[in-house]
Ligand binder design. Structure first.
Ligand code: AMP
Ligand code: ZN
Ligand code: FE
Ligand code: FE
Length: 290
């Protein structure tokens, strides 16, 4: 069984509409996938419908932005109840913050002499429910300022570059609690990849585990072989679930193709077991609700 628990569609900053992404997963031999767009569940119904058509189980999910000691930490959440008001409100607040922050990024880049407008970014974002730096990158590609998203990040948008403007994000521990209250399973995404590696120390991961964190994404292309080895050992020692996933963004992130990393079926079973317990306690969400 091939399981990919972290994918993005054009509902956030991936390049494929949800149904097309699910068909790509089916073509890659994926049996179970989670759609985890940034800070929105809006693509899930379309992905799930296509999944039923092509024989892929689509788990409802999202990748929630959070903040820990000044760094952005990405929290995957599976099986949340999308209509739980405290979660829906928080996600709306994060997406609003993304809108304001995009305007600030445009202002900064204009101040640095780039011929960019807010309308260019809106056009690049299309119908995305959640706007982000990759859409600014796409606008810069369209204008011929850079050749691809990678160059846009390296020159203009990565942390420390002129267009790196922080956005509103709830604290990571609060986000973990909110996901569980919504009946969902919280899993930290790519902890030892670029921006969050310094703050997600072994001690902090252990503390988050005490706080209700269920799993940690280990097999991710932002982690090299040695990082995966060390992180896998730590997560096992902490008794948490080990996941692996592509974090595909379609054509937006070459090399991160759907199914390029997968989750072990036994670890997936442990995730489902945790999901059932959390859903029972919360009285909502869970793997049997979808
Ligand atoms: P944001 O959510 O607006 O802060 O933007 C972060 C997103 O940008 C993440 O989903 C990353 O996958 C994406 N990203 C970061 N660096 C790059 C890069 N070099 N090329 C393409 N996408 C990137
Ligand atoms: Zn993304
Ligand atoms: Fe991420
Ligand atoms: Fe992601």
């Amino acid at each position: 069984m091939r399981i990919d628990l972290h994918t993005h569609s054009a509902v956030s900053d991936g390049t494929q509409p949800p149904a097309e992404l699910v068909r790509a997963a089916a073509a890659a031999g994926i049996d179970v996938m989670a759609l985890t767009d940034h800070d929105t569940l809006a693509g899930v119904p379309r992905a799930a419908a296509e999944g039923r058509r092509v024989g892929v189980r689509v788990l409802p999910g999202l990748e929630m932005s959070s903040r820990l000691r000044g760094a952005s930490v990405h929290l995957l959440a599976y099986f949340v109840d999308a209509f739980y008001p405290p979660l829906a409100d928080e996600l709306a607040r994060i997406r609003d913050g993304r809108q304001h922050r995009t305007a600030a990024i445009v202002d900064r880049l204009v101040a640095h002499g780039l011929p960019l407008t807010a309308a260019d970014v809106r056009r690049a974002a299309g119908s995305a429910a959640s706007i982000g730096r990759p859409h600014v990158a796409d606008a810069l590609v369209e204008l011929g300022v850079v050749t691809d998203r990678d160059e846009a990040f390296a020159r203009w948008l990565a942390d420390g570059r002129p267009g790196a403007v922080p956005k509103y994000e709830p604290g990571t521990a609060a986000a973990v609690a909110l996901v569980r209250a919504a009946g969902g399973v919280p899993v930290i995404a790519h902890p030892w990849g670029r921006p969050s590696a310094d703050v997600l120390t072994p001690g902090t991961l252990a503390a988050l585990g005490e706080h209700g964190l269920v799993g940690v994404e280990v097999d991710h292309d932002d982690h090299d072989a040695d990082t995966r080895r060390r992180l896998r050992a730590l997560v096992r020692e902490l008794g948490m679930v080990v996941t692996g996933s592509s974090d595909t963004h379609g054509a937006g992130k070459p090399g991160y193709d759907v199914g390029c990393n997968t989750t072990d079926p036994d670890e997936y079973e442990r995730l489902l077991e945790a999901a059932r317990v959390i859903a029972r306690v919360a009285g909502r969400g869970g793997p049997d609700a979808s």
